[in-house]
Design a protein around this ligand. Structure first.
Ligand SMILES: NC(=O)c1ccc[n+]([C@@H]2O[C@H](COP(=O)([O-])OP(=O)(O)OC[C@H]3O[C@@H](n4cnc5c(N)ncnc54)[C@H](O)[C@@H]3O)[C@@H](O)[C@H]2O)c1
Length: 247
């Protein structure tokens, strides 16, 4: 088991990629905190994992919610080794002139401020423990944006830059910081990325050299590697899990 005795906190773990990461970590021996703004979903996902999981209500845009999530993880498991900043949202695929201020603000708040607050909340714990791993979920949208995703893509560009900046700043504390950039992945968020026009799914797939969209386990496998001792010399990377889309 690759994460034996490790303790992880995964945000947005009630659905999609975050849920798959939490399940994979637990299967590999970790104890896992599942944080989500949708507490019912987090509870359901934690129940499916069993005794090694605890659900928590957490809106990542709120500093106070972060303090509580870290506290809850520490009181449940006594330590914290891995933070996965996965919670994210998007506006529906649409022309840039149609994106409202509310959509812009919400997307930046969850995807960028939420990740930044998460890093701020966990670094003192990691420093005290002598190290840790932060994995931020970015996107190929932040590397090779498609039309209709302008504000969302900008948030993921920010996540990638934040990842590299913090990797340099925190390396001396033995804190590794990496990002994963998934291509379009089969989750409940996918229809928003595709947009309402017919044929978008096929168009997306046609731009992926390996000829399919990602599934959540593709992303969870990368998150497992990055969290494990196998990646002890890996930091500051944006790991594309994209079937070659960004070539
Ligand atoms: N699905 C894709 O095609 C794709 C591609 C690249 C990157 N991503 C990224 O992967 C991550 C996970 O997305 P997903 O596709 O699994 O989506 P999802 O909608 O299945 O899951 C996202 C989860 O985040 C939670 N969440 C939303 N706002 C939150 C907040 N403020 N605080 C806490 N939790 C919150 C939701 O309740 C939900 O459970 C996101 O960061 C997303 O941008 C997704």
């Amino acid at each position: 088991m690759r994460l034996e005795n490790k303790i992880a906190l995964v945000t947005g773990a009630g659905s999609g990629i975050g849920q798959a990461i939490a399940e994979t970590y637990a299967r590999e021996g970790a104890r896992v905190g599942l944080a989500d703004i949708d507490f019912d979903r987090a509870k359901k996902a934690a129940r499916a994992i069993g005794n090694n999981a605890v659900a928590m209500r957490c809106d990542v845009t709120q500093k106070s919610a972060w303090a509580a999530a870290i506290e809850d993880t520490l009181s449940a498991f006594g330590a914290l080794d891995i933070l996965v900043n996965n919670a994210g949202t998007t506006h529906v695929n649409k022309p840039m002139l149609d994106i409202t201020e509310d959509e812009y603000d919400r997307t930046f708040a969850v995807n960028v401020k939420g990740v930044f607050f998460g890093c701020q909340a966990v670094v003192p714990v990691f420093r005290k423990q002598g190290g840790g791993v932060i994995i931020n979920i970015g996107s190929t949208a932040g590397l090779r944006p498609r039309p209709g995703t302008s504000a969302y893509s900008a948030t993921k560009g920010a996540v990638h830059t934040l990842t590299k900046g913090l990797a340099g700043e925190l390396a001396g504390d033995r804190i590794r910081v990496c990002a994963i950039a998934p291509v379009a992945t089969e989750t409940p968020l996918l229809p928003s990325f595709l947009g309402p026009q017919p044929g978008m799914r096929e168009k997306f797939i046609a731009t992926v050299p390996l000829g399919r969209l990602a599934v959540v386990q593709d992303i969870a496998n990368a998150a497992l590697f990055l969290a494990s001792a196998d990646a002890e010399f890996v930091t500051g990377n944006i790991v594309e899990i994209d079937g070659g889309r960004c070539i």
